[in-house]
Design a protein around this ligand. Structure first.
Ligand code: ZN
Length: 222
């Protein structure tokens, strides 16, 4: 265990909640920050607060809704848009992409971490299951880590425990941390705002369910 504090970028979804529990095991102290950016599902934020409070994690919410005003066409923040079930052929990014989101989140988290005297920042991005979001890739995270350190003359360490694992392995990690049922029941990943196992048909629910089924089958065959 590292005898320092980690700041977890915590949305209340499967990935960041798994990261929160990972941090609770790896670090002596954990704080969490949840960003609101005009996402349709405020319930996600309420769930994040609930989990953080239950685990005794100091939690704060930061309103960064200006992000959703910078660009149009994202179905996660624009209530007039339907969420696509599949990414359109030939399109670079899915309709759920919020341009710059992780860059803003992590940069703001770093400024906050600096203020709090924290150098470890944890984020649940994954290159393996990055769903077409360029700011979930390892090269971006490493590049931003260098940039943040240069920008503030600090020695931040960006931790990405999920970077090279898929959804099934993320469930496995949750199980190893003893929190599979908590993650399954109390987190919200569904684009249609339904907690737990979700709506079952949006891209996020599909990814989550297929990962869980794969992991449970793997476990059974052990
Ligand atoms: Zn769903």
């Amino acid at each position: 265990m590292i005898n320092e504090t980690a700041l977890v970028v915590f949305s209340g979804g499967q990935d960041s909640t798994t990261c929160l529990y990972w941090a609770l095991k790896e670090f002596a102290h954990v704080r969490a920050i949840t960003f609101i950016y005009g996402q349709k599902h405020v319930l996600e934020v309420e769930l994040a607060e609930k989990i953080a409070k239950r685990e005794g994690v100091e939690w704060e919410m930061m309103d960064v809704s200006f992000i959703s005003k910078l660009s149009t066409g994202c179905s996660l923040t624009d209530t007039t848009l339907e969420i696509e079930e599949e990414k359109e052929e030939g399109k670079l990014c899915p309709s759920t992409f919020v341009p710059g989101r992780n860059m803003f989140f992590l940069s703001i988290a770093a400024v906050r971490a600096r203020e709090l005297g924290i150098r470890h920042i944890v984020t649940g991005v994954s290159q393996t299951d990055y769903s077409g979001y360029p700011d979930c890739r390892d090269a971006f995270i490493k590049s931003l880590n260098v940039t943040m350190n240069l920008a503030m003359d600090e020695q931040f360490v960006l931790h990405t425990p999920l970077m090279w694992i898929d959804k099934a392995q993320t469930w496995e990690l949750a199980d190893n941390l003893g929190v599979l049922d908590i993650i399954r029941r109390d987190t919200l990943t569904c684009y249609n705002g339904i907690p737990g196992d979700g709506c079952g048909h949006c891209p996020s629910c599909k990814l989550r369910r297929e990962g869980l089924e794969k992991y449970l089958a793997m476990k059974e065959n052990k």
